[in-house]
Design a protein around this ligand. Structure first.
Ligand SMILES: [Zn+2]
Length: 158
């Protein structure tokens, strides 16, 4: 699938990222995560976690460049697997979402994929290790954006 004309891959703080090529209105769909759901043998840092051992291997290649932010401007609509704008995104702004809303455990489940965050936002939590490692308060804060799988996990914890 080709990259939509509204976004472009460009250099970012940490390698490459996706940037808005035009004003992306709040609530608009930026792209759809097309792909197939695989078991954990194919897991890598670029896949999206769907269930305990299920990951979406995206066939939309450009989404590899979608970076994490602790204060993201997009979220995933899990019903339709779309990336949606949380607010208006200006031309030239980097597009991001919170990896902790999709990944449960980036240390054990997705092996050694935790990383030090460079988002520079006020509420940056530092090391990104997956939803599992957040405090209860941090979990509550992003609760409405997390995948159905993480919601289930959270309910089991409380
Ligand atoms: Zn951060």
């Amino acid at each position: 699938m080709c990259i939509p004309p509204s976004i472009k891959i460009k250099k970012s703080n940490n390698g490459k990222g996706l940037f808005a090529e035009k004003l992306l209105k709040r609530d608009s769909i930026i792209f759809h995560f097309d792909g197939k759901i695989d078991d954990d043998t194919h897991t890598n840092s670029k896949s999206l976690q769907i269930d305990d051992n299920k990951f979406l291997e995206s066939t939309v290649k450009f989404d590899d460049f979608l970076n994490h932010s602790c204060n993201p401007n997009c979220y995933i609509d899990w019903q339709n697997l779309n990336l949606v704008a949380l607010r208006d995104i200006q031309i030239g702004e980097e597009i991001s979402f919170n990896y902790n809303t999709s990944e449960y455990d980036l240390i054990n489940l997705v092996k050694n994929c935790s990383f030090k965050c460079g988002c520079n936002s006020k509420n940056c939590i530092g090391e990104i290790r997956g939803f599992r490692y957040l405090t209860e308060q941090q979990k509550k804060k992003i609760q409405k954006f997390v995948s159905p799988f993480l919601k289930k996990k959270f309910e089991q914890e409380i």
